[in-house]
Ligand binder design. Sequence first.
Ligand SMILES: Cc1cc2nc3c(=O)[nH]c(=O)nc-3n(C[C@H](O)[C@H](O)[C@H](O)COP(=O)(O)OP(=O)(O)OC[C@H]3O[C@@H](n4cnc5c(N)ncnc54)[C@H](O)[C@@H]3O)c2cc1C
Length: 474
Amino acid sequence: MPPQEPAPAANGAAPAPAPAAAAAAAGGKRRKRGRWAAAAGVGALLVALLAVAVSSRSFPAASSSSRGGDCGCPGTRKYTGMVEDCCCDYETVDAINEEVLHPILQELVTLPFFRYFKVKLWCDCPFWPDDGMCRLRDCSVCECPENEFPEPFKKPYSGLSPDSMICQEGKPQATVDRTLDAKVFKGWIETDNPWTYDDETDNAEMTYVNLQLNPERYTGYTGDSARRIWDSVYKENCPKYPSEEMCQEKKALYKLISGLHSSISVHIAYDYLLDESANLWGHNLPLLYDRVLKYPERVQNLYFTYLFVLRAVTKAADYLEQAEYNTGNPEEDLKTQSLVKQLLYNPKLRSACPLPFDEAKLWQGENGPELKQEIQKQFRNISAIMDCVGCEKCRLWGKLQVLGLGTALKILFSVDGENHLNQSLQLQRNEVIALVNLLNRLSESVNFVHEKGPSIEDVIKQQSSSTVKPVFPI
Ligand SMILES: Cc1cc2nc3c(=O)[nH]c(=O)nc-3n(C[C@H](O)[C@H](O)[C@H](O)COP(=O)(O)OP(=O)(O)OC[C@H]3O[C@@H](n4cnc5c(N)ncnc54)[C@H](O)[C@@H]3O)c2cc1C
């Protein structure tokens, strides 16, 4: 079902501040194979200096007293209590994210297994002509040369290694019973995800991208093209704004999309081109406020999405623990395995937030199965719309994160409950890469919102009590 033409947005956020100068037009060249340096060393240093200067000039560091309000009294957090429809509160999410998940994820995504993503970047939009509106070279994706990505990634997984037969010395009775292992260890097979549109089978159009070289950040993709994508995505999940009568399941899908949208906006604000002529990158706090913080619902949906994806990861713990993280770099692969275990079985996480989201509450009504089919179809359409994103780098991250969400939905809703999970769950390598990278992106967003939110709100409060319009120092 193709999405319809977009309607005007009902609650438009303020547009982003215009960059200082016109950019070299590199947008709209979807098939271009450019390789761009992420940021020059000097530029990065300036960005860091500016970021520190900006935050110390007008935004006090997020300390317990600044979070407590003007008088320094504790306990005036804006977001408190249970995250709606989840089983974990804001305070706990912030604490476990900061102490446990964020550090583990940050390291995990730099390792070879998680840094290469297989993607078809130049797919044609099935709904309307490509109208790439990207103005910056940062819109282009830097792809990996053939010899860079891990050798084992080039071959499909083909069962247990020949070594395991040699070691049995031909005696079948000496064979360790691998029934459980064989069931749990699915390897990295080609398997369909009913929640996503892409044909996941390997083919010549797929290319590997080093995600570390292609950070999600400001690209200059904006205007009608970007607006049309978001409007179409929300329209798939009609009506755009959830109402009281909307069933829980549709509300959950809306919140997942809105939470992802918030996270993308947070990343744009986190890594923004402040001065194009000087190639100066840094935080754009007014943008963070205008697009996300000003709308509490968007912050709530970000936390919801984070907990939803976290639940999927922990639910698939047994599977993920035993999966193969082989990239041909023994040292780094061992580290990957160890970090995955730390992520899945962290005692602090398990005791503070044992069930981040309770998926068993969904699809309980008498028309549950039909509803699931309907929502699955809607999500597949959303996944297809990602091929229409007119900026290569945005498309890369859009596709990765929608696949990550589709993988979370598959883990939570495409198997028959907890007990049978290991028997029927099959994930592709790319799905696992997408899932973990999505969780990392959400974790970064939660971290940044938690860190900057209270001080930005303080500035807004102080400035709005005077007659002067709030002024941000960027
Ligand atoms: C898949 C995808 C990936 C993108 N990735 C990047 C990127 O990496 N870098 C980059 O610079 N740009 C990216 N963009 C563009 C970016 O998201 C914005 O569309 C663009 O910056 C213009 O912003 P805007 O202020 O017009 O509002 P938009 O973010 O385009 O929002 C459009 C409308 O949606 C509603 N809305 C906004 N946020 C939410 C929310 N959280 N929940 C519910 N409703 C909401 C509001 O009504 C708003 O007016 C991407 C766009 C898409 C579709």
